[in-house]
Each structure stands twice: as structure tokens, then as C-alpha cells.
Design a protein around this ligand. Structure first.
Ligand SMILES: Cc1cc2nc3c(=O)[nH]c(=O)nc-3n(C[C@H](O)[C@H](O)[C@H](O)COP(=O)(O)OP(=O)(O)OC[C@H]3O[C@@H](n4cnc5c(N)ncnc54)[C@H](O)[C@@H]3O)c2cc1C
Length: 146
């Protein structure tokens, strides 16, 4: 099956999540987003260690796009903290348990799924081949194995 997209983002780690937010801010759509799991990339492997990143930087990352800020607004519930609010309550100029950064990424990924499913196609799989054709206005072809 062949489908056309304005952009294809490969990977749903911290980089991929951020690129999706930036592309949506720029009005790029439809977007294909490919990852085997959509589980925050490789960061969940290291949840037992403290972060070497200051907590404030995780917060800046999570609010760096208008798309992300809108997701947090929608996720706010009385009596229940979002993962962003949990981070904001911590000392900002020190590290934090890395699982809190994982929670942040998972919540953003869930928010993108919930609120942007019309613009972003979540494709569970692995990109196996990429090429740019000379015809078709130089369209990129991306092959995905499920
Ligand atoms: C012990 C330890 C502690 C760390 N602490 C910190 C910290 O405090 N702060 C910090 O910022 N960073 C920390 N890091 C680094 C952090 O894990 C990486 O910088 C970050 O995960 C990189 O994000 P990424 O999105 O580039 O890649 P990844 O997290 O590796 O995500 C890439 C994603 O792309 C997917 N993918 C790859 N190839 C394909 C393909 N062909 N098709 C489809 N999907 C594909 C992968 O499955 C994965 O989900 C730490 C790392 C270690 C080892």
C-alpha cells in the first residue's frame, strides 16, 4: 500500500516527539510517524539512574512548542497532577529521577495520539528503506516493516 504524507518522522524518542511538535506548529500535515513501540525511545531503559539534565530543561523541552503547551492545558484535571506539574514542583537546578522524564514523554505521546490523530498517522513498525525518486517531484519513498 502506498500513501503520501507531507513529512515522515522516524522514531518516537525525545527527538521524534519534539519534531512532531515543531511540524504541527508549522502547519505541516499530514505526517507519518513511525516507531516500533511509541514508548519514549531508549530513555525507559535507564529509569533506575538519576538524570544528568537539570529538571528545568525537561520542563522547557515539554513546553517548547505551542502544540505541547495545548496538550498540557487539555490534560490538566482538578486534584491530579500531570507529569509536567510533578516536575515543576521539584528543585529546578538539579537532576531528577529519569523515570519522570519518561513519564513526560509518554504523556506528550499520548496527547499527540489523542488530540492530533487527524493530522498524524501513528505507524507501528520499523523503517527499512528510504530513497528519493527523480520523478514524482523528487518524492521520498519510505518503506516500513510492521
Ligand atoms: C544511563 C543514561 C542516562 C541518560 N540520562 C539522560 C539525561 O539525564 N538527560 C538526557 O537528556 N538524556 C539522557 N540520556 C540520553 C538519552 O537516552 C538520549 O539522549 C535520548 O534517548 C536520545 O533521544 P533520541 O530520540 O535521539 O533517540 P532514542 O531515544 O534512541 O529514540 C529513537 C527511537 O527511534 C526508533 N527507531 C530507530 N530506528 C528506527 C527505524 N528504522 N524505524 C522506526 N523507528 C526507529 C527507536 O526504536 C526509538 O524508539 C541518558 C542515557 C543513558 C545511557
Amino acid at each position: 500500500m502506498s500513501v503520501n504524507f507531507q513529512a515522515v518522522v522516524i522514531g518516537a524518542g525525545p527527538a521524534g516527539v519534539c519534531v512532531i511538535g515543531e511540524l504541527l506548529d508549522l502547519g505541516v500535515r499530514p505526517i507519518a510517524w513511525v516507531d516500533p513501540l511509541f514508548e519514549a525511545g531508549r530513555l525507559p531503559r535507564y529509569v533506575a539512574v538519576p538524570s544528568n539534565t537539570h529538571t528545568s530543561l525537561f520542563g522547557r523541552y515539554a513546553t517548547s512548542t505551542a502544540t505541547f503547551r495545548a496538550i498540557w492545558e487539555k490534560q490538566r484535571q482538578p486534584g491530579k497532577q500531570t507529569s509536567l506539574e510533578v516536575l515543576e514542583d521539584l528543585q529546578q537546578d538539579a537532576g531528577c529521577p529519569l523515570h519522570l522524564a519518561v513519564d513526560l514523554l509518554r504523556d506528550l505521546t499520548e496527547g499527540l495520539k489523542r488530540y492530533h490523530q487527524d493530522e498524524v498517522s501513528f505507524i507501528a513498525g520499523t523503517v527499512t528503506y528510504i530513497s528519493q525518486g527523480v520523478g514524482d517531484a523528487g518524492l521520498w519513498k519510505v518503506s516500513v516493516k510492521n
